[in-house]
Ligand binder design. Structure first.
Ligand code: 5IU
Length: 250
């Protein structure tokens, strides 16, 4: 993030590998991270993974497969390592719902830790009526604190720093907060998504990374110049909000 002066992550939710690779190559210079959903790609094969890894090296970004694991430890370990996608082989970070309890972290870390991977826990969601609130969110943070060797942060709508800690504690968490539901032009979509601006997310809510999907590639995955321009626009908005937050804290 420091090296590229970018706290922008782009979420590439498209179904054709040609579009997928073209979008990533266009946004690559502006992002710290690319978020994927490989299970929606219709013409997936192992060569796609190789091309994604090549782009990650070319543009210096981290790969995050947004798999949202949610099963028992034994099953998630198999889903993470095996099957068609073999996520652990190529995705630097992935994420999990805390709903099964700490065993989901043990299951995933048995595969990911030896490979140097990291995990994000989903402690909140951006959708209307989400159930990940209150004590659920607090327990997610507690689970993360107990597994700092593998958990590197959260998908959440605000910083989780201090949540569930005693008032006068001096402990600092230092977890990352990555936040979806970010848009500069739209307020939401027809399926419950809700958008806030990079300023609201980074400056007011204390998050670290903005995750943007359709706000960047939404109009047409073929419009590469437009996609590049939007990526630059979101990168600048995200970084400016971050700079303002850091200088306000100093
Ligand atoms: N995503 C959310 N909200 C959440 C979580 C994940 O939008 O709370 I957890 C994912 C879904 C999609 C991306 O892959 O982030 C947002 O895409 P758009 O910017 O196109 O809405």
């Amino acid at each position: 993030m420091e090296r590229k002066k970018s706290n922008l992550a782009v979420s590439v939710d498209v179904t054709k590998s040609k579009d997928f690779l073209a979008i990533i190559d266009a946004v690559g210079p502006f992002v710290c991270l690319v978020k994927t959903h490989v299970d929606i790609i219709e013409d997936f094969d192992q060569s796609l993974v190789q091309q994604l890894q090549d782009l990650s090296i070319k543009h210096d970004f981290v790969i995050f497969e947004d798999r949202k694991f949610a099963d028992i430890g034994n099953t998630v370990a198999l889903q993470y390592s095996s099957g068609v996608h073999k996520i652990a082989n190529w995705s630097h970070i992935t994420n999990a719902h805390p709903v099964p309890g700490p065993s989901i972290i043990s299951g995933l870390s048995s595969v990911g830790l030896p490979l140097g991977r990291g995990l994000l826990l989903l402690s909140e969601m951006s959708t209307k009526g989400a159930l990940a609130v209150g004590s659920y969110t607090q327990e997610a943070v507690r689970m993360a604190r107990a597994h700092r060797d593998f958990v590197i942060g959260f998908i959440a709508q605000r910083t989780m720093e201090g949540i569930g800690m005693q008032e006068n504690t001096v402990d600092k968490d230092d977890f990352l907060t990555l936040t979806p539901g970010v848009g500069l032009d739209a307020k939401g979509d027809a399926m419950g998504q809700q958008y806030r601006t990079p300023r609201q997310v980074i400056l007011e809510s204390g998050c670290d990374v903005i995750i943007v999907g359709r706000g960047i590639y939404g109009k047409d995955p073929g419009l590469v110049d437009e996609i590049r321009a939007q990526a630059k626009r979101y990168m600048e908005a995200g970084w400016e909000a971050y700079q303002d937050r850091v200088s306000a804290q100093a």
